[in-house]
Design a protein around this ligand. Sequence first.
Ligand code: ADP
Ligand code: MG
Ligand code: MG
Ligand code: MG
Length: 426
Amino acid sequence: QLKRDFLQLFTETVHAYILQIPMLQQLVGPVSTASTWKVREVGDGNINFVYIVEGPAGSLCIKQSLPFVRCVGDSWPLTQDRSRIEVQGLVEAAKHAPRHTPKVHHFDSKNAIIVMQYLAPPFIILRRGLIEGKVYNSFAEHITEYMACTLFNTSTFKLDADSYRANVVKYVNSEMCLLTEKVIFAEPYIKASNNRYSPQIEDQVQQLQHDAQAKVAISILKDKFMHQTEALLHGDLHTGSIMVTESETYVIDPEFGFYGPIAFDVAKIVGELLLTLFASYGQEMATPEISRKQQQVWILSTITTIWNSFVSKFQKLWSSTGLTGDSYPIAVHGPDAPAGSSSLQACQQAYFERLFQDVLGFAGAIMIRRIVGISHVADIDEIADVQARVSCERRALAFGKVLLIQILQQSIQSIEALISEAENAA
Ligand code: ADP
Ligand code: MG
Ligand code: MG
Ligand code: MG
């Protein structure tokens, strides 16, 4: 499977690898101390291998992509070009959201190895912190800064059409997009061997898979995913791709990056937080003595802030630096444009109204795939009491479907309406 001259890293060989590259070696410590460096593999993701090396001068995070999916093995091949996409995505994001992007130290394209800044404890994967019952009060402002800045600045809201098209071709990420198209937009809606869901919800899954409205809705969303080349997305912005402390937020793992619909990134984080909300109620059902009320209130207010702050940050960028972009041309923006500022406002309002509906639809698809499809969320899977877990899965799946078919019905018109529906459904 591996190319003959490919260097696969192991915990035991990370020292030697770092020692070969003086710039990296200096970041960890003097050569003479190499035998004292500590190396461990920490990859808890499904796809790649991640090593941490710590020495007297500092530490590094080393991520290697093998030509297959880690959790499945050789039987599921996957392009190592994802490593190039990831490093390009990290470098691009660092231009627009430097406070939220780990620094890249080195890229070895031949061996698909990225060496980057290690986010040491107290940094924790957001999903893990939330499962522990924590809340993060700066998170909404940070993640909206990351999303607004990366999405706005890579789109034709900001770029001229020529630079934008040159950028689009650098992020053709077909295999990774195919993976998303399969596991999010196809398999949950058919009988697929990859699907795994609790046998207790078989009836509800059958119902979903026989629902014509759901099929129309997921097809519309898949079409948007495939054809709406709006901005460079992170592409996998779930709570496992975010590392946090009380005061800082970093976004890792942009290997699914591609030019796609802005709503998809926003929806992944909203959909995942909704799943965490449902899980939080499920946890409370399993262990009623531990109240999760504070976290539930925080999740709902965080979703509200994420939407409102995203819109306000994006709109601010659009109004101030959007003049260079080719999306909304001179007729809307220019000083001589008839009704200049009121037409700009009207365009912005119409855009964000459309975006909101797409966010709801995609968020519904995200919730559904995490209950029915191959890849679940630990938030729900780790609810120890089976009855509590299944009840949570039923609610989350039902609410996912409500959101999914919003793309047809558009009956939820505001973030406040979403929050009250979610609170009732959870
Ligand atoms: P995958 O693509 O396999 O999902 P990730 O990039 O998400 O890999 O990394 C897997 C895990 O490795 C993360 O959940 C996190 O625990 C750890 N990790 C990844 N990058 C860093 C980093 N820069 N600093 C600290 N830990 C990291
Ligand atoms: Mg990951
Ligand atoms: Mg992970
Ligand atoms: Mg990944």
